[in-house]
Design a protein around this ligand. Structure first.
Ligand code: UT7
Length: 377
Protein backbone atom coordinates (compact mmCIF):
# COMPACT_ATOMS: atom_id res chain seq x y z
CA UNK A 1 0.00 0.00 0.00
CA UNK A 2 1.21 3.52 -0.76
CA UNK A 3 1.49 6.19 1.93
CA UNK A 4 2.77 9.78 1.85
CA UNK A 5 5.77 10.40 4.12
CA UNK A 6 6.52 13.90 5.41
CA UNK A 7 10.05 14.54 4.16
CA UNK A 8 10.38 18.32 4.29
CA UNK A 9 9.17 21.24 6.35
CA UNK A 10 9.84 24.97 6.54
CA UNK A 11 8.22 28.13 7.83
CA UNK A 12 8.36 31.83 7.07
CA UNK A 13 7.23 34.49 9.53
CA UNK A 14 7.37 38.13 8.46
CA UNK A 15 9.67 40.06 10.82
CA UNK A 16 7.39 42.96 11.89
CA UNK A 17 5.84 42.29 15.33
CA UNK A 18 2.53 43.93 16.34
CA UNK A 19 2.01 44.00 20.12
CA UNK A 20 -1.21 44.32 22.09
CA UNK A 21 -0.06 47.80 23.11
CA UNK A 22 0.35 48.71 19.41
CA UNK A 23 -3.30 47.71 18.85
CA UNK A 24 -4.39 49.85 21.78
CA UNK A 25 -3.00 52.94 20.01
CA UNK A 26 -5.94 52.93 17.57
CA UNK A 27 -8.54 50.55 19.07
CA UNK A 28 -10.55 50.62 22.30
CA UNK A 29 -8.74 47.59 23.70
CA UNK A 30 -5.88 46.70 26.03
CA UNK A 31 -3.27 44.06 26.78
CA UNK A 32 -5.21 42.69 29.78
CA UNK A 33 -8.37 41.99 27.72
CA UNK A 34 -6.52 40.46 24.76
CA UNK A 35 -4.23 38.31 26.91
CA UNK A 36 -6.95 37.04 29.24
CA UNK A 37 -9.54 36.31 26.50
CA UNK A 38 -7.22 34.91 23.82
CA UNK A 39 -3.73 34.18 25.20
CA UNK A 40 -2.27 36.43 22.47
CA UNK A 41 0.57 38.87 23.13
CA UNK A 42 1.96 39.47 19.64
CA UNK A 43 1.32 38.72 15.97
CA UNK A 44 3.28 39.30 12.74
CA UNK A 45 2.35 41.70 9.93
CA UNK A 46 3.74 41.08 6.46
CA UNK A 47 5.31 43.81 4.33
CA UNK A 48 5.13 41.52 1.28
CA UNK A 49 2.49 39.58 -0.69
CA UNK A 50 1.50 36.10 0.51
CA UNK A 51 3.24 34.40 -2.40
CA UNK A 52 6.58 35.69 -1.07
CA UNK A 53 6.00 34.18 2.37
CA UNK A 54 4.99 30.94 0.67
CA UNK A 55 8.05 31.00 -1.56
CA UNK A 56 10.49 31.22 1.36
CA UNK A 57 8.61 28.54 3.35
CA UNK A 58 8.52 26.29 0.26
CA UNK A 59 12.23 26.71 -0.52
CA UNK A 60 13.06 25.81 3.09
CA UNK A 61 10.78 22.75 2.97
CA UNK A 62 12.29 21.60 -0.34
CA UNK A 63 15.85 21.98 1.01
CA UNK A 64 14.81 20.04 4.11
CA UNK A 65 13.59 17.21 1.85
CA UNK A 66 16.72 17.40 -0.31
CA UNK A 67 14.61 18.13 -3.40
CA UNK A 68 14.64 20.67 -6.22
CA UNK A 69 11.44 22.55 -7.24
CA UNK A 70 11.41 20.53 -10.49
CA UNK A 71 10.99 17.31 -8.45
CA UNK A 72 7.51 18.37 -7.33
CA UNK A 73 4.35 17.08 -9.12
CA UNK A 74 1.74 19.05 -7.19
CA UNK A 75 1.42 22.27 -5.19
CA UNK A 76 -1.62 22.63 -2.95
CA UNK A 77 -1.93 26.15 -1.57
CA UNK A 78 -4.12 26.34 1.54
CA UNK A 79 -5.33 29.85 2.30
CA UNK A 80 -8.32 32.18 2.45
CA UNK A 81 -6.38 35.40 1.83
CA UNK A 82 -5.18 35.09 -1.74
CA UNK A 83 -3.09 37.74 -3.46
CA UNK A 84 -5.45 37.35 -6.44
CA UNK A 85 -8.51 35.19 -7.15
CA UNK A 86 -7.78 34.65 -10.85
CA UNK A 87 -5.15 33.47 -11.55
CA UNK A 88 -4.89 31.31 -8.46
CA UNK A 89 -2.00 31.98 -6.08
CA UNK A 90 -0.63 28.44 -6.35
CA UNK A 91 0.26 29.16 -9.97
CA UNK A 92 2.21 32.25 -8.82
CA UNK A 93 4.15 30.08 -6.41
CA UNK A 94 4.76 27.44 -9.08
CA UNK A 95 6.11 30.15 -11.37
CA UNK A 96 8.32 31.80 -8.75
CA UNK A 97 9.73 28.45 -7.59
CA UNK A 98 10.33 27.26 -11.15
CA UNK A 99 8.42 24.08 -10.26
CA UNK A 100 7.66 23.58 -13.93
CA UNK A 101 6.43 20.00 -13.56
CA UNK A 102 3.90 20.75 -10.83
CA UNK A 103 0.14 21.10 -11.02
CA UNK A 104 -0.94 24.01 -8.83
CA UNK A 105 -4.22 24.40 -6.95
CA UNK A 106 -5.66 26.62 -4.22
CA UNK A 107 -7.78 25.17 -1.42
CA UNK A 108 -9.90 27.48 0.70
CA UNK A 109 -11.62 26.14 3.79
CA UNK A 110 -10.54 29.19 5.85
CA UNK A 111 -8.45 28.31 8.91
CA UNK A 112 -8.54 24.57 8.11
CA UNK A 113 -7.11 25.15 4.61
CA UNK A 114 -3.68 23.65 5.32
CA UNK A 115 -5.16 20.46 6.76
CA UNK A 116 -7.68 20.09 3.91
CA UNK A 117 -4.82 20.74 1.46
CA UNK A 118 -2.80 18.00 3.14
CA UNK A 119 -5.77 15.62 2.88
CA UNK A 120 -6.06 16.44 -0.84
CA UNK A 121 -2.37 15.92 -1.61
CA UNK A 122 -2.18 12.83 0.62
CA UNK A 123 -5.11 11.23 -1.21
CA UNK A 124 -3.59 12.04 -4.60
CA UNK A 125 -0.32 10.41 -3.61
CA UNK A 126 -1.99 7.38 -2.05
CA UNK A 127 -4.07 6.80 -5.19
CA UNK A 128 -1.08 7.18 -7.51
CA UNK A 129 -2.03 10.46 -9.21
CA UNK A 130 1.21 12.17 -8.10
CA UNK A 131 4.31 11.10 -6.18
CA UNK A 132 5.66 14.30 -4.60
CA UNK A 133 3.64 17.25 -3.32
CA UNK A 134 4.27 20.57 -1.65
CA UNK A 135 1.51 21.56 0.77
CA UNK A 136 1.33 25.17 1.95
CA UNK A 137 -0.56 26.86 4.77
CA UNK A 138 -0.29 30.61 4.32
CA UNK A 139 -2.24 33.68 5.29
CA UNK A 140 -1.94 37.40 4.62
CA UNK A 141 -4.92 38.12 6.80
CA UNK A 142 -3.69 41.65 7.64
CA UNK A 143 -4.89 42.83 4.19
CA UNK A 144 -8.36 41.35 4.76
CA UNK A 145 -8.97 42.61 8.29
CA UNK A 146 -11.32 45.38 9.23
CA UNK A 147 -8.75 47.18 11.36
CA UNK A 148 -11.40 49.45 12.88
CA UNK A 149 -13.31 46.46 14.36
CA UNK A 150 -11.73 45.49 17.69
CA UNK A 151 -13.67 42.21 17.76
CA UNK A 152 -11.50 40.84 14.93
CA UNK A 153 -8.49 43.16 14.52
CA UNK A 154 -6.76 41.89 17.67
CA UNK A 155 -7.04 38.20 16.77
CA UNK A 156 -5.12 37.61 13.55
CA UNK A 157 -1.60 37.63 12.12
CA UNK A 158 0.32 36.71 8.96
CA UNK A 159 2.59 33.73 8.31
CA UNK A 160 3.34 30.68 6.20
CA UNK A 161 4.70 27.16 6.42
CA UNK A 162 5.05 24.26 4.02
CA UNK A 163 5.58 20.53 4.05
CA UNK A 164 6.81 18.16 1.36
CA UNK A 165 5.16 14.75 1.19
CA UNK A 166 6.40 11.83 -0.91
CA UNK A 167 5.10 8.41 -1.87
CA UNK A 168 6.44 5.54 0.21
CA UNK A 169 5.52 1.95 1.00
CA UNK A 170 6.16 2.57 4.73
CA UNK A 171 3.11 3.15 6.92
CA UNK A 172 3.80 6.79 7.83
CA UNK A 173 2.48 10.33 7.35
CA UNK A 174 -1.19 11.31 7.45
CA UNK A 175 -3.02 8.08 8.36
CA UNK A 176 -6.52 9.25 9.26
CA UNK A 177 -8.63 12.36 9.24
CA UNK A 178 -12.18 13.32 10.02
CA UNK A 179 -13.62 16.27 8.10
CA UNK A 180 -16.88 18.16 8.52
CA UNK A 181 -18.74 21.43 8.26
CA UNK A 182 -21.41 23.27 10.26
CA UNK A 183 -22.82 24.85 7.09
CA UNK A 184 -25.88 26.14 8.90
CA UNK A 185 -23.55 28.37 10.95
CA UNK A 186 -21.57 29.77 8.02
CA UNK A 187 -23.01 33.25 8.60
CA UNK A 188 -21.32 33.67 11.99
CA UNK A 189 -17.90 34.20 10.38
CA UNK A 190 -18.11 36.08 7.11
CA UNK A 191 -15.81 38.56 5.36
CA UNK A 192 -17.93 40.77 3.16
CA UNK A 193 -16.34 42.68 0.32
CA UNK A 194 -14.92 40.11 -2.04
CA UNK A 195 -16.47 37.36 -4.12
CA UNK A 196 -19.08 37.57 -6.87
CA UNK A 197 -21.75 38.72 -4.41
CA UNK A 198 -19.92 42.04 -4.15
CA UNK A 199 -18.65 42.31 -7.74
CA UNK A 200 -20.04 44.90 -10.14
CA UNK A 201 -22.85 45.89 -7.78
CA UNK A 202 -21.48 49.15 -6.46
CA UNK A 203 -19.84 47.77 -3.30
CA UNK A 204 -16.19 48.90 -3.26
CA UNK A 205 -14.33 45.67 -4.01
CA UNK A 206 -11.89 44.97 -1.22
CA UNK A 207 -13.77 47.06 1.33
CA UNK A 208 -13.64 44.45 4.05
CA UNK A 209 -16.44 44.14 6.60
CA UNK A 210 -16.57 41.21 8.98
CA UNK A 211 -19.54 39.49 10.54
CA UNK A 212 -18.08 37.67 13.52
CA UNK A 213 -19.91 36.06 16.44
CA UNK A 214 -16.94 35.08 18.59
CA UNK A 215 -18.81 33.27 21.41
CA UNK A 216 -20.84 31.12 18.95
CA UNK A 217 -17.72 30.28 16.93
CA UNK A 218 -15.98 29.38 20.20
CA UNK A 219 -18.70 26.83 21.10
CA UNK A 220 -18.83 25.26 17.64
CA UNK A 221 -15.02 25.12 17.54
CA UNK A 222 -14.73 23.15 20.80
CA UNK A 223 -17.59 20.83 19.81
CA UNK A 224 -16.27 20.21 16.28
CA UNK A 225 -12.60 19.81 17.13
CA UNK A 226 -13.41 17.39 19.99
CA UNK A 227 -15.87 15.34 17.96
CA UNK A 228 -13.62 15.03 14.90
CA UNK A 229 -10.56 14.21 17.02
CA UNK A 230 -12.44 11.28 18.55
CA UNK A 231 -13.57 10.13 15.08
CA UNK A 232 -10.08 10.40 13.54
CA UNK A 233 -8.52 8.41 16.39
CA UNK A 234 -11.27 5.77 16.21
CA UNK A 235 -10.44 5.19 12.53
CA UNK A 236 -6.92 4.03 13.44
CA UNK A 237 -7.66 2.55 16.89
CA UNK A 238 -5.41 5.03 18.68
CA UNK A 239 -6.32 6.33 22.15
CA UNK A 240 -5.74 9.91 23.38
CA UNK A 241 -3.20 8.53 25.87
CA UNK A 242 -1.07 7.30 22.96
CA UNK A 243 -0.82 10.76 21.39
CA UNK A 244 2.66 12.26 21.76
CA UNK A 245 1.87 15.78 20.56
CA UNK A 246 -1.25 17.79 19.75
CA UNK A 247 -0.68 20.52 17.14
CA UNK A 248 -4.00 22.36 17.11
CA UNK A 249 -5.30 25.35 15.19
CA UNK A 250 -4.32 28.38 17.28
CA UNK A 251 -7.35 30.68 17.39
CA UNK A 252 -7.61 31.10 21.15
CA UNK A 253 -5.69 29.58 24.06
CA UNK A 254 -8.97 28.87 25.88
CA UNK A 255 -10.39 26.93 22.91
CA UNK A 256 -7.25 24.77 22.82
CA UNK A 257 -7.43 24.10 26.57
CA UNK A 258 -11.08 23.02 26.26
CA UNK A 259 -10.36 20.67 23.36
CA UNK A 260 -7.39 19.13 25.20
CA UNK A 261 -9.57 18.67 28.31
CA UNK A 262 -12.34 17.00 26.27
CA UNK A 263 -9.79 14.63 24.75
CA UNK A 264 -8.17 13.93 28.13
CA UNK A 265 -4.75 15.05 26.86
CA UNK A 266 -2.58 17.17 29.21
CA UNK A 267 -1.51 20.65 28.03
CA UNK A 268 2.13 19.53 28.39
CA UNK A 269 1.53 17.55 25.18
CA UNK A 270 0.02 20.50 23.29
CA UNK A 271 2.13 22.76 21.08
CA UNK A 272 1.20 26.41 21.66
CA UNK A 273 2.17 29.38 19.47
CA UNK A 274 -0.91 31.58 19.93
CA UNK A 275 0.88 33.91 22.35
CA UNK A 276 3.48 34.96 19.79
CA UNK A 277 1.75 34.68 16.41
CA UNK A 278 -1.99 35.05 17.16
CA UNK A 279 -4.34 33.32 14.73
CA UNK A 280 -2.59 32.89 11.38
CA UNK A 281 -5.56 30.92 10.08
CA UNK A 282 -4.28 28.26 7.62
CA UNK A 283 -0.68 28.82 8.71
CA UNK A 284 -1.11 28.06 12.42
CA UNK A 285 -0.87 24.25 12.30
CA UNK A 286 2.11 23.96 9.92
CA UNK A 287 4.03 26.76 11.66
CA UNK A 288 3.46 25.08 15.05
CA UNK A 289 4.54 21.74 13.57
CA UNK A 290 7.77 23.22 12.20
CA UNK A 291 8.49 24.92 15.53
CA UNK A 292 7.89 21.64 17.38
CA UNK A 293 10.59 20.09 15.17
CA UNK A 294 12.96 23.01 15.63
CA UNK A 295 12.47 22.89 19.41
CA UNK A 296 12.97 19.13 19.62
CA UNK A 297 9.40 18.51 20.83
CA UNK A 298 8.54 16.30 17.88
CA UNK A 299 10.45 13.02 18.12
CA UNK A 300 10.97 10.23 15.57
CA UNK A 301 7.77 8.16 15.05
CA UNK A 302 5.68 10.65 17.08
CA UNK A 303 1.90 10.23 17.00
CA UNK A 304 0.31 13.60 16.20
CA UNK A 305 -3.23 14.89 16.51
CA UNK A 306 -4.17 18.12 14.68
CA UNK A 307 -7.68 19.47 15.36
CA UNK A 308 -8.85 22.64 13.60
CA UNK A 309 -11.85 24.78 12.67
CA UNK A 310 -12.46 27.78 10.45
CA UNK A 311 -15.01 29.89 8.61
CA UNK A 312 -17.72 27.83 7.00
CA UNK A 313 -17.69 26.56 9.75
CA UNK A 314 -15.30 23.89 8.56
CA UNK A 315 -13.93 21.47 11.13
CA UNK A 316 -11.50 18.58 11.07
CA UNK A 317 -8.93 16.59 12.96
CA UNK A 318 -5.94 14.84 11.45
CA UNK A 319 -3.89 11.96 12.84
CA UNK A 320 -0.34 11.50 11.54
CA UNK A 321 2.68 9.39 12.44
CA UNK A 322 6.06 10.95 11.87
CA UNK A 323 8.92 9.03 10.26
CA UNK A 324 12.46 8.50 11.50
CA UNK A 325 14.00 11.80 10.38
CA UNK A 326 13.32 14.96 12.43
CA UNK A 327 16.23 17.04 11.11
CA UNK A 328 16.54 18.72 7.69
CA UNK A 329 18.62 17.10 4.95
CA UNK A 330 19.75 20.54 3.87
CA UNK A 331 19.07 24.20 4.69
CA UNK A 332 18.45 27.04 2.28
CA UNK A 333 19.59 30.63 2.74
CA UNK A 334 16.65 32.30 0.98
CA UNK A 335 15.23 35.16 3.07
CA UNK A 336 12.41 37.66 2.69
CA UNK A 337 13.36 41.11 1.44
CA UNK A 338 14.09 43.25 4.52
CA UNK A 339 11.32 45.27 6.13
CA UNK A 340 12.13 48.89 7.01
CA UNK A 341 8.84 49.62 8.80
CA UNK A 342 7.36 48.73 12.15
CA UNK A 343 4.27 46.53 12.23
CA UNK A 344 2.26 49.48 13.50
CA UNK A 345 3.39 51.55 10.50
CA UNK A 346 2.36 48.72 8.16
CA UNK A 347 -1.06 48.47 9.79
CA UNK A 348 -1.57 52.21 9.69
CA UNK A 349 -0.67 52.16 5.98
CA UNK A 350 -3.33 49.49 5.37
CA UNK A 351 -5.86 51.59 7.33
CA UNK A 352 -4.97 54.71 5.35
CA UNK A 353 -4.97 52.85 2.01
CA UNK A 354 -8.74 52.51 2.18
CA UNK A 355 -9.05 56.15 1.26
CA UNK A 356 -6.30 56.24 -1.37
CA UNK A 357 -7.27 56.45 -5.01
CA UNK A 358 -4.60 54.31 -6.64
CA UNK A 359 -4.46 53.17 -10.23
CA UNK A 360 -5.00 49.54 -11.08
CA UNK A 361 -1.53 49.46 -12.70
CA UNK A 362 0.14 50.70 -9.51
CA UNK A 363 -1.61 48.03 -7.43
CA UNK A 364 -0.74 45.26 -9.87
CA UNK A 365 2.91 46.26 -10.04
CA UNK A 366 3.12 46.12 -6.24
CA UNK A 367 1.32 42.82 -5.69
CA UNK A 368 1.29 40.59 -8.80
CA UNK A 369 3.96 37.94 -8.99
CA UNK A 370 4.55 38.32 -12.74
CA UNK A 371 4.64 42.14 -12.70
CA UNK A 372 7.74 42.30 -10.50
CA UNK A 373 11.38 42.06 -11.62
CA UNK A 374 11.87 38.70 -9.90
CA UNK A 375 8.82 37.41 -11.75
CA UNK A 376 10.88 37.30 -14.91
CA UNK A 377 13.42 34.86 -13.41
O1 UT7 B 1 -10.08 30.72 13.63
C1 UT7 B 1 -11.34 31.22 13.33
C2 UT7 B 1 -11.58 32.58 13.90
N1 UT7 B 1 -11.42 32.60 15.35
C3 UT7 B 1 -12.44 32.68 16.17
O2 UT7 B 1 -13.53 32.70 15.70
C4 UT7 B 1 -12.24 32.78 17.65
C5 UT7 B 1 -13.44 32.25 18.41
N2 UT7 B 1 -13.90 33.12 19.47
C6 UT7 B 1 -13.10 33.60 20.45
O3 UT7 B 1 -11.93 33.30 20.50
C7 UT7 B 1 -13.70 34.50 21.52
O4 UT7 B 1 -15.10 34.44 21.41
C8 UT7 B 1 -13.23 35.98 21.37
C9 UT7 B 1 -11.78 36.08 21.81
C10 UT7 B 1 -13.36 36.44 19.95
C11 UT7 B 1 -14.04 36.89 22.27
O5 UT7 B 1 -13.96 36.47 23.63
P1 UT7 B 1 -15.28 36.34 24.48
O6 UT7 B 1 -14.86 35.97 25.83
O7 UT7 B 1 -16.20 35.38 23.77
O8 UT7 B 1 -15.82 37.83 24.50
P2 UT7 B 1 -17.21 38.43 23.94
O9 UT7 B 1 -17.20 38.40 22.44
O10 UT7 B 1 -18.34 37.77 24.66
O11 UT7 B 1 -17.08 39.93 24.42
C12 UT7 B 1 -17.02 40.27 25.80
C13 UT7 B 1 -16.86 41.78 25.91
C14 UT7 B 1 -17.88 42.57 25.10
O12 UT7 B 1 -18.23 43.70 25.85
P3 UT7 B 1 -19.61 43.72 26.69
O13 UT7 B 1 -20.70 43.52 25.69
O14 UT7 B 1 -19.50 42.60 27.68
O15 UT7 B 1 -19.61 45.09 27.31
C15 UT7 B 1 -17.10 43.01 23.89
O16 UT7 B 1 -17.59 44.19 23.32
O17 UT7 B 1 -15.57 42.17 25.43
C16 UT7 B 1 -15.74 43.24 24.47
N3 UT7 B 1 -14.67 43.15 23.49
C17 UT7 B 1 -13.47 43.72 23.66
N4 UT7 B 1 -12.97 44.46 24.64
C18 UT7 B 1 -11.70 44.90 24.53
C19 UT7 B 1 -14.67 42.47 22.30
N5 UT7 B 1 -13.49 42.63 21.70
C20 UT7 B 1 -12.73 43.39 22.52
C21 UT7 B 1 -11.40 43.87 22.44
N6 UT7 B 1 -10.93 44.60 23.47
N7 UT7 B 1 -10.58 43.60 21.41
Amino acid sequence: MTYAAITGWGKCLPPAVLSNDDLATFLDTDDVWITSRTGMKERRISHLPAVELSYVAARRALACAGLAPTDIDLIVYGSCSYDEMVPNTASGLQYKLGATGAAAMDVNTACTSFLYSWSTANAMIRTGVVRRALVIGVELISRYLDWEDRAVAVLFGDGAAAIVIEATEERTGLLAESLGCFGEARGILRIGGYGATYANVGVPFGDMAWTFDGPQIFKKAVLGMSDHSAKALAKVGVTPEQIDLVVPHQANGRIIESVAKHAGIPMSKVKMTVHKYGNMSAATVPVAMVEALEENQLKPHAKLLMPAFGGGLTVCSHYAEWGERVTPKDVCDVELAPCDKTALQLVNEIRAAKTLDRSRAAIESAYCVDRKPWGTQ
